[in-house]
Design a protein around this ligand. Sequence first.
Ligand code: NAP
Ligand code: MG
Length: 401
Amino acid sequence: MSERIRMNSPIVEMDGDEMTRVLWRWVKDLLLLPHVDLKTEYYDLGLEKREETRDRITAEAAEATLRLGVAVKCATITPNAERVKEYGLSEMWKSPNGTIRAILDGTVFRAPIPVRGIAPYIPTWTKPITIARHAYGDVYRNVEFSVGAGRCAELTVSGGGEAETRAAIHAFSGGGVVQGVHNTDESITSFARACFSYALDTRQDLWFAAKDTISKIYDRRFKDIFEAMFEAEYKRAFADAGISYAYTLIDDMIARAVRSEGGYIWACKNYDGDVLSDMVAAAYGSLAMMTSVLVSPKGAFEYEAAHGTVQRHYRKYKDGERTSTNPVATIFAWSGALRKRGETDGLPALADFADRLERASLDTIASGVMTGDLFALSSLADKTAADTEAFLRAVARRLAD
Ligand code: NAP
Ligand code: MG
């Protein structure tokens, strides 16, 4: 074997749960360790360890990400009542992704991984559409009431040494509902910054869409913050990079997206991003073929797969059955993190390895060897469904060539 690629500084490695924890080990053993002298700072975010450390481990992993700048994360269980019983938890620990995002204050960018033989449902989408979802506020932090006939709802804003502001929302003649939502300039600003810097980083055009014709103050604030930041800080850099930024109405954006060939970043308000990222994932094929990266305005990047821990497959695996779980999103989480580390540390060999690893994975699928989920979608005439290990071994052979 030729010499392994050296790393200078470590990346943060966050291990996880169930089937993806199994994939994690296999990807490292078969694809990474033979080629890279891997340097990581390891944090076990598996549910047992989170329980044992009273979830301190999750915050520590996030802090380490701020310190080291690059992290790769395995999918983890977000506990619910069943998981509390299953794992004998002392508390229903919060979603690790939520905890990490709160510390990194980041924006999540999700993009499909196109591959030959899997046609998107929208045939013109030959390049990936990256969805950037603002992950704070709006309807996700709402206050809402059910109201009866004869009630009057009004909006009141007070404090801050200013006179109270009031406005009527509605006088109800019959029953109905009211809802209050908010966002903050600080959060919108860091969202905008993440979008502009990720567009530059990946050299893709950026679109932001909202509904400022109807929401003349609320959505308008988003539009204005993006516009002001672009004019003041990014216009020049975008021109130099040959990319563009534009705002449009959300309905116009959806029509444009359907007619487009992809290859851009679509920045979405919280709810739009929630809904549209599922639509985009489904239209391109599968959640197992999506990359996901959390970009922090504090300058850190955390790479992960977009799917969960694939519990149903793990049950089979534990029963000794072979499973055909797709490891591509996990492989791309590693390649994303290693490429970023290669760039930040000036190690072209490491970035080049990340490229080769991704190409070997996609070439394997294009050659007809794929996991069961893709087998069901692939239009290739000559294809075989492989179990996870057989697929990984096929990728490993290509990588070694
Ligand atoms: P999931 O892990 O995404 O899996 C749902 C289904 O999607 C699977 O049963 C499987 O369908 C298919 N699938 C997902 N990933 C696949 C892959 N790599 N290869 C092949 N098929 C794949 O969602 P879940 O089972 O509802 O959630 C399990 C756990 O994951 C939960 O405890 C949840 O909290 C956690 N979760 C974590 C994250 C994260 O850490 N980022 C995200 C979401 C969910 P078939 O069964 O039909 O084959
Ligand atoms: Mg959703």
